[in-house]
Design a binder for this molecule. Structure first.
Ligand code: WTA
Length: 631
């Protein structure tokens, strides 16, 4: 098992070792895992193609590292502590022994239904233990999992299934989220009408709803488990075989299938988890993310289980039955390490403080934040009311593509600075570059954030589109990985992420491509063209502001707005619904036809005093009209 860093001096010396000899540094970490065969070469790379290979020739199965290797020492320890949506229903403790057995059985169910090494298996599930088990079951048999967040629509699900040609879909009859139930099976059925690659669908019974089962395709999970073998040998995998695909938004309309491989991801997931949270053997750790996002992959499932920790998995939402739910769960399970998103903090901050004060939060030792820049008010509130000024807040900057936390304090080890992600983890070499692509040296500077050197859990490609991977991440600044984020480095060398510099917006910590939302809006029959920008939103961080040009002969009103929202919900899902829709006669475009989003952003922010250079606009007069109609 990985040994964690214990002091600031040790952080400094490990950091400098990781830069002067990265291969030796990572080989030492990798040796702490269980390999079926050791690798021949620690790292081979170039950022031009790009091609990155860690631990080449090494053979392993990640589930033996998450499960089997713990059984002797902590077989009876709780691996997953599941808290259901309803507070009066019992929590479920799944030990490492039990999790091992359930993963093996589930793996055999996948095999029985045609799943095998290299297949893509789609998981469209609520936050129940079976989701984590299905993830690990895929890894056990060497299939590549593609988890699709259960808030996505049928069309979005179908698009993702088709892109990677999944042959099995694991889903549920439905899911509970707060006061709502979601009919996942109905949505999945609609999606599967357009997914010819899916041969089998395995259905978990969760809400006991009436569902229709398609003959020869749909099977109930409980029926399959009833007569299945308990033992399942872990498939021998190459370190560079794929572990999972996770779709995320980019600046074009099409989601990208970010592809991660097994060996490097595994090493970095445990390394970063242990060091950032400083997790101790008996800690109860809770990350409130959904497994449908990268945070859930790396820091609900893989990181904590690799570390042999107890990971809490929560089915519900922070405000059900009331805004005290997170804190009730912290008290109930004596949570020590708590990891959430700024949007959740802001939403709870807006509620009565009694929702916090009614609970005993003295078990908390470390607080974490992820997903978007945390504003200073939210940071202070988190520190004051949740941490009682006694818990370091680790503001962890990273991305779906980075696989793990990249810039973050190590709790209690490195210094904190509110709203700063602070310092890079050992092995991570960030740099800032200017508009000309030149690296900016020294401190007290600002630029675009890049990473200069490979790290084990970085993406390897985008599924089916290596060229897009090269263009998106490796071509803007040749020889460097470009994050898409702007960033400051202060006088002390600490990093503060300032937000996206591309056409991606971050709404409640969810990444959204402007083009993706625009395409959905344009599906409305009366919309001729649209443009989306982000604007500051008290709870969501960024809200979505839509400018729409409509057919002139159609009357537009609130019904039209509702129809547009319904379109977006249908094509992407409710998370992408615009907060504001303004009907406009035209959009500010350059002579070459490019929409000047900078101007639209300013108007959406309500700051029209200085719109900057508008001389390149085709028709500057349109701006006045848009300004007048701003919401
Ligand atoms: C943003 C989530 C500031 C950033 C793990 C990044 C952050 C994008 C932080 C990735 C943070 C994430 N401070 N910004 N601590 N964490 N971001 O892929 O813009 O869903 O590029 O991964 O979220 O979002 P993703």
């Amino acid at each position: 098992m990985i040994q964690k860093i214990n002091s600031f001096e040790e952080y400094q010396s490990e950091y400098s070792k990781s830069v002067s000899n990265p291969e030796e540094f990572w080989a030492k970490q990798a040796e702490t895992f269980q390999w079926k065969k050791k690798w021949n070469k620690t790292l081979e790379w170039n950022f031009d193609e790009p091609k990155v290979e860690w631990f080449k020739g090494g053979k392993l199965n990640i589930t033996e590292n998450c499960l089997d290797r713990h059984l002797e020492e902590r077989g009876e320890k709780t691996a997953i502590l599941w808290e259901p949506n309803e507070p009066n229903k019992p929590a479920i403790h799944i030990t490492y022994n039990e999790l091992h057995d359930r993963v093996c059985k589930f793996a055999n169910v996948l095999k029985k239904n045609g799943g095998k090494k290299g297949d893509r298996i789609c998981l469209y599930m609520p936050m129940v233990p079976e989701l984590a088990i299905a993830v690990l079951a895929c890894a056990r048999i060497g299939a590549i999992h593609s988890v699709v967040f259960a808030g996505f629509s049928a069309k979005a699900l179908a698009e993702r299934i088709n892109d990677s040609q999944c042959n099995i879909l694991v889903t549920a009859d439905g899911g509970f989220r707060g006061a709502k139930t979601i009919d996942l099976k109905t949505i999945a059925d609609e999606a599967l009408e357009n997914c010819l690659s899916i041969k089998k669908s395995i259905i978990l019974k969760r809400i006991n709803s009436e569902v229709s089962m398609k003959q020869d395709r749909d099977v109930w999970l409980h029926d399959e488990l009833a007569s299945i073998d308990l033992s399942c040998d872990a498939e021998e995998m190459d370190a560079e075989d794929s572990l999972f695909i996770l779709y995320t938004s980019g600046s074009t309309g099409q989601p990208k299938g970010v592809q991660h491989t097994i060996g490097g991801y595994m090493v970095y997931a445990e390394y970063s988890f242990k060091n950032v949270f400083q997790c101790e053997e008996d800690d109860i750790y809770w990350c409130t993310a959904d497994i449908g996002w990268i945070t859930g992959h790396s820091y609900i499932v893989y990181g904590p289980l690799l570390a042999g920790a107890t990971t809490v998995m929560f089915e519900g939402v922070p405000t059900y039955p009331d805004a005290g739910r997170f804190w009730e769960v912290v008290e109930k399970h004596k949570v020590n390490l708590f990891y959430t998103a700024p949007t959740a903090i802001r939403a709870l901050q807006a509620c009565d403080i009694d929702f916090v004060n009614n609970y005993d939060l003295s078990s908390l030792r470390v607080l974490g934040s992820v997903g978007e820049p945390i504003n200073v008010e939210a940071w202070e509130w988190y520190n004051e009311h949740i941490g009682k000024q006694n818990c370091p807040i680790v503001d962890t900057w990273w991305q779906t593509e980075t696989g793990g936390m990249m810039i973050s304090p190590l709790a209690g080890i490195t210094e904190l600075k509110p709203t700063y992600a602070t310092l890079p983890l050992p092995g991570i070499q960030p740099c800032l570059v200017d508009a000309d692509g030149e690296e900016i040296f020294g401190n007290d500077v600002e630029g675009n954030l890049c990473i200069k050197y490979p790290w084990p859990s970085m993406l390897r490609t985008l599924w089916g589109d290596h060229e897009r991977c090269r263009q998106t991440y490796f071509s803007t600044y040749p020889g460097k990985y470009f994050t898409g984020d702007g960033c400051k480095r202060d006088a002390d060398g600490m990093y503060r992420i300032t937000g996206r510099v591309d056409d991606v917006i971050n709404v409640s910590g969810h990444r959204m491509g402007t083009a993706e939302v625009e395409n959905a809006i344009n599906e409305h029959e009366a919309v001729i063209e649209s443009a989306i920008v982000g604007y500051p939103h008290d709870i969501k961080g960024q809200g979505i502001y839509a400018y729409c040009i409509m057919e002139t002969n159609k009357a537009v009103n609130d019904t039209t707005r509702k129809e547009i929202l319904a379109k977006v919900t249908d094509i992407i899902g409710p998370i992408a619904k615009p907060d504001k829709i303004q009907f406009v006669p035209g959009l500010p475009k350059t002579r070459s036809g490019k929409i000047m989003r900078r101007i639209l952003r300013k108007i959406a922010e309500g700051d029209t005093s200085n719109l900057g250079d508008t001389s390149t606009l085709l028709d500057p007069s349109v701006i006045e009209t848009i300004k007048k109609g701003a919401i």
